[in-house]
Design a protein around this ligand. Structure first.
Ligand SMILES: [Ca+2]
Length: 122
């Protein structure tokens, strides 16, 4: 009798725990993700004056991203997706060395050195 009650209590607790877990996970993930949804995108071209092959990248504000092996040191012009979006283009893979800032009006002649980027405003 006593054993049955304990088992029932344990089951009830386990049930509560399992139900509470997704609910609290849902709550905690809802707010940071809406803040993190501040992502910006930009396009880079293999040629100057926005010519040749192009590719678009996106990223969350403040996060450094590598452009990838296919585009490393190959971007020659770039502009962001909107007038207010600002993106730093960095010399090294981890946003170090030198950098320029691009916006919606673009940068039409960049040396072949861009390796990483960081969105700073959307
Ligand atoms: Ca580089």
């Amino acid at each position: 009798m006593r054993k049955t009650l304990l088992a029932a209590a344990a089951t009830a607790l386990a049930g509560t725990f399992v139900i509470a877990q997704p609910a609290s996970a849902h709550q905690t993930s809802a707010q940071p993700s809406s803040a993190r949804l501040a992502a910006g995108s930009w396009t880079g071209w293999a040629g100057t004056n926005y010519s040749g092959l192009d590719r678009s990248w996106s990223g969350d504000v403040g996060v450094c991203n590598y452009v990838g092996d296919n585009w490393n040191d190959k971007i020659r012009s770039a502009k962001t997706a909107s007038a207010t979006t600002r993106v730093e283009l960095w010399d090294t893979w981890n946003c170090n060395g030198g950098a320029i800032v691009i916006d919606g009006s673009g940068y039409y002649n960049i040396g072949a050195w861009v390796s990483s980027y960081k969105v700073t405003a959307v």
